[in-house]
Each structure stands twice: as structure tokens, then as C-alpha cells.
Design a protein around this ligand. Sequence first.
Ligand SMILES: NC(=O)C1=CN([C@@H]2O[C@H](COP(=O)(O)OP(=O)(O)OC[C@H]3O[C@@H](n4cnc5c(N)ncnc54)[C@H](OP(=O)(O)O)[C@@H]3O)[C@@H](O)[C@H]2O)C=CC1
Ligand SMILES: N[C@@H](CC=O)C(=O)O
Length: 396
Amino acid sequence: MSKKLKIGVFGYGVVGSGLAHVLKNSKGLDASIVKVCVKDPTKERDLPPEFVTLNPDDILNDPEINVVAELIDDADDAYRIVKTALKNGKHVVSANKKMLAHHIEELIQLQWEHKVSFLYEASACGSIPIIRNLEEYYDNDLLQSVSGILNGSSNYILSKIFNENLDYGVALKQAQELGFAESDPTSDVEGFDTLYKLIILTVHGFGLFVHPDQVFNIGISRLSAQDIQLASQKGYKIRLLGKVTKVNGKHVNLLIAPKFVKPAEHAYTVEDHYNGVLIQGNFYDNQFMYGKGAGSHPTGSAVLSDVTALAYNYKYEYKKLKYYGGLEYTNDMPVQIYLRYTKKEDLDLFEFTDISESLTGKDFNYVIGHINLLNLIKIKDQLVDKDLFLAYLGDE
Ligand SMILES: NC(=O)C1=CN([C@@H]2O[C@H](COP(=O)(O)OP(=O)(O)OC[C@H]3O[C@@H](n4cnc5c(N)ncnc54)[C@H](OP(=O)(O)O)[C@@H]3O)[C@@H](O)[C@H]2O)C=CC1
Ligand SMILES: N[C@@H](CC=O)C(=O)O
């Protein structure tokens, strides 16, 4: 161990307290939490009062603190905290995928300028070490796609609906109570959380910064009993997936949507709040990483892994950015979708290039066919309030 780490923690909720607990059980590491900054002065905490502050400067301006663990649930505040910490020469670990997805390019630059380390393994897939693996092992251009279940809450909800016939609202409430969901769970169920994580994985896997607005994402909140019944009749489960794919060696595409998943697919086996990431590449084919994707201790352990890495002066090298760049973003991709709709005028928004199956019934209408993602991106904002459900089909 080369360094004594004095940690200032921002946030003492699910993840912040998880870090404190796993750190207590990591005897070999010369690291201690010396200050915790929170927001609400009235909350009771299992911390000595002298450790707690409401003033960010007590951490950001303390020369004794050399590591900032940013573990708060507010992306704008997190951005300001991380920026200041890096500028003040402190190493930073963060779990904040929303903040990263919007500011990662600038923050990478800042860490280089200030010669500090900025690590964020906990921001993608909880306890699964996917970022470190993309950095260290998938460090050449054989990688073709990274896909899978990246959000624990939505997977928990879908598992409970499919396996236990639980009501959507009840399952969502449980995911919140168990500490899996974001403070605003819209991010989980509408696919934004998956989108943010996929953007981070795209930086490390393909060396490309993608803005969230460029990507089509749709979630599971409008799943109906009819969708579940149809999927089950066909032998599928429905899972919320994110996928980044290299296209024709020149482009990269991101898609976040529910998928009809076949029993032979890796995602079919992933239940509850677990995540599963499928890595596909030339010559090595398929590799699958699986583990707890949310929750206090799984996420706290990912943060601890970053803290431990700091003790060894570890930094992400961003090899894909430096040596394998040049890829561009595209949405020009055909995709096969299932669309359940209520009004014909809603169906008319979708420019299907072919239709292989359709039903127009008294209270159940659907179409299965191909569409270009460019069309979905164009109509994305119009879909928000519509009574429809969309899932994609095809290879994993
Ligand atoms: N929950 C999970 O499983 C995972 C969460 N994450 C990410 O980790 C981060 C934290 O999530 P989580 O622990 O679940 O959230 P919680 O809501 O459980 O906790 C948030 C904490 O942040 C504090 N906080 C909010 N704003 C500020 C601020 N401006 N200054 C200081 N403290 C502040 C809150 O203070 P107070 O206690 O006073 O209210 C609270 O302690 C989020 O970015 C989330 O996306 C990542 C992976 C998994
Ligand atoms: N809300 C997130 C928490 C972890 O990133 C999830 O459910 O996956």
C-alpha cells in the first residue's frame, strides 16, 4: 500500500453508508473516512457528530483530505463538488452516472490538468467491475458490443411481475424500499439510468462521447397485462436492456428499450436486482458478467474497490480515446419492434419498413415489424404520454 487515504464523503444514504460499512471490514487498507457532508441536519445517523458537516468546504478545502467520495443523489450538486475537488487536487471517486453522462468529457480533461485520479466503477452496474475490465482487458479494437441489464430496479420490477404476478406499483415500491431505485425512479423505469450507464461504458469500450439526447431510450412504465401475456405465449420474458454496438467498423449505436428475451439469451437468466453484461467481440465471441447491480453493500464495495485502487495510484488510461478513436455515432439502424398501441393515429407515427405480425382487436392492438431507429428518435418526444408499449426483438 503506497498511500494513506483520508476520505471526505459526500452523501450518507444507501451508497455512502454502504461504503462506510464495507470499509470497516477492509482491514488491509490504510484508508479512513474523516468527514461526511450531508444535506439534512435533522436526520439521525450512525456517525459521531464531529464527523458530520453540512458545509461542502469542510471537505473541499481541507488539505488533510486527499480523496473525495461523491455519493449524493443530486447530479447538479455532484458536478460542482467533483469539479471543485479535482481542481483542488483531490482524487475523486463517484457513483453518479447521471452527472457523468452529462459531464464526463470535461471531468476527464480536468483530472488530467490537475494530475489526479477520477474513478467511478460504482456508476455502472453496481458491484460488477465492468469499467475496469473495459479499460484493462478489452483494450483493443476487437470489442463489437456491450449489452445487457444495467438497471437493478427495473429488473427487480420485471422479475416480480413475471415470476410472482406482483403489481407494477407494488414491485416499484419494494425496489425503492430496498434502496435500489433512484430518488426519482422515473430514471430507472424510463430507461434513463440505463442510458447514463451505457454512455459511460461507451467512453471506455469505444472511445466515444455520446450525448444522452442523441440516443433512443424507452422504458417499462407502460407495460400491460396484454404485453406480458403475449410475451409469455411466445416463450419470452421482457427485460429492460441497453446495448452499444459497433456498426461496420466505423460507427457506434446505442439503444435502450425493453426486449423480448428468449430462453437461450443470457439476459433471460438475470433476475431481481442483478445485472448481467454481455460482451461480444471478434475472435473471443461472447463473455458474460453477472452480479448485484444495486443496493448499499454491493455498490459500497464497488466504491471501496476504487478507493483501494487509489492506494496503488491507479488511473483510467482511456486507451480507446487515445489510441482507437475515430468512431462516429449513428442511429441509422434497422430494428425489429413489438408495438402495442391504442389509437390508430399513434401507430401512424411509426414508419414501419415491413410488418410480420399484427392484431387489431377490441382492446388489444399490436404490430411486429422493422423500423429504422432514426424514425424512433424523431418521434421520441411524442411518445411520452401515449398509451403504448414498445419492445425490441432479435439477437442478444
Ligand atoms: N442506490 C444504489 O443502489 C446505487 C446508487 N448509485 C448512485 O449513487 C448516488 C447516491 O445514491 P443513493 O445513496 O442511493 O442515494 P440516497 O438518496 O440514499 O442518499 C443520497 C445522499 O446524498 C445526500 N445529499 C444530497 N444532496 C447533497 C448535497 N448537495 N450535499 C451533501 N449531501 C447531499 C443526502 O443527504 P441527507 O442524508 O442529508 O438527505 C443523502 O445522504 C446516486 O448518484 C445514485 O445514482 C449508484 C449505484 C447504485
Ligand atoms: N437505481 C439504480 C441503482 C444502481 O445503479 C439501479 O436500480 O440499477
